[in-house]
Design a protein around this ligand. Structure first.
Ligand code: 4G3
Length: 223
């Protein structure tokens, strides 16, 4: 998969060099390319924002740098063009898996109070939100999206981090995990996990998953 990112803050994406995704990018499992929107501004001061027509607080990103950047990076419109915004379709694991099947993504990031609506209407395929809250720029939403999607790309996760048995694959939240020591600050690991009885362990984990889901996310049980 190829992911192009348009941003005013390319430094933020430095974190993609670290961890599991950093290794996967090094190994050519997928490709991320970051482009500064400001490089496309035709303004003599490379301005990329202006006051909103009609008044109101904050600044709006102007259409020219965004429109030119999008169409320079994706001239044949082969990418799925995604604008990160609190107004978008809310990301969930099902949508993550759907996006991971796309050969090419273009993530467009707004700052301030967002971008000129004409860019969304002309150039964007999908508005995407990572949840019902506002952050200072779409960039952190893009990083969340990249990370969640990358986990479904072949060869990104080792077998020790498989997506098969995790939360949401089953439609339930995960059961609690324990590791050594068997007793910590006087608290024992549940005895069933030490029993070696695989059927009993599975039963216990399923019960715990149901209990946690019922308490924390009853809406998931409806689905
Ligand atoms: C306001 C995405 C702020 C309007 C972006 C963009 C939250 C999300 C912004 C706008 C964002 C999210 C930038 N905040 N929930 N901030 O995915 O179009």
């Amino acid at each position: 998969m190829k992911i192009n990112v348009l941003t005013l803050f390319p430094e933020i994406y430095g974190c993609l060099k670290s961890g599991i995704l950093g290794r996967a990018i090094e190994n050519g499992k997928f490709d991320v390319s970051i482009t500064n929107i400001r490089d496309f501004s035709l303004d003599k001061h490379k301005k990329c924002d202006d006051y909103p027509f009609g008044g109101g607080a904050g600044m709006v990103m102007t259409p020219q740098p965004l429109h030119d950047a999008i169409n320079s990076l994706d001239p044949a419109h082969t990418a799925k063009r995604i604008y990160l915004s609190p107004k978008g379709r809310v990301l969930n694991q099902r949508l993550v898996i759907e996006l991971a099947a796309c050969p090419e993504l273009l993530l467009v990031n707004g700052s301030y109070e967002g971008i000129d609506q004409r860019v969304i209407d002309m150039d964007i395929d999908m508005e995407l939100s990572i949840g019902d809250y506002v952050i200072t720029s779409g960039d952190f939403a893009s990083l969340v999206t990249i990370n969640a999607v990358a986990r479904y790309i072949d060869g990104v996760l080792g077998s020790e981090n498989s997506t098969d048995e995790e939360s949401f694959a089953t439609g339930l939240l995960e059961y609690p995990q324990y590791t050594r020591p068997q007793q910590y600050l006087g608290v024992e690991v549940p005895a069933v996990l030490l029993s070696g009885n695989h059927a009993e362990i599975q039963k216990w984990r399923r019960l715990k998953s149901l209990e946690i889901t019922k308490n924390n996310r009853p809406d998931l049980l409806e689905e």
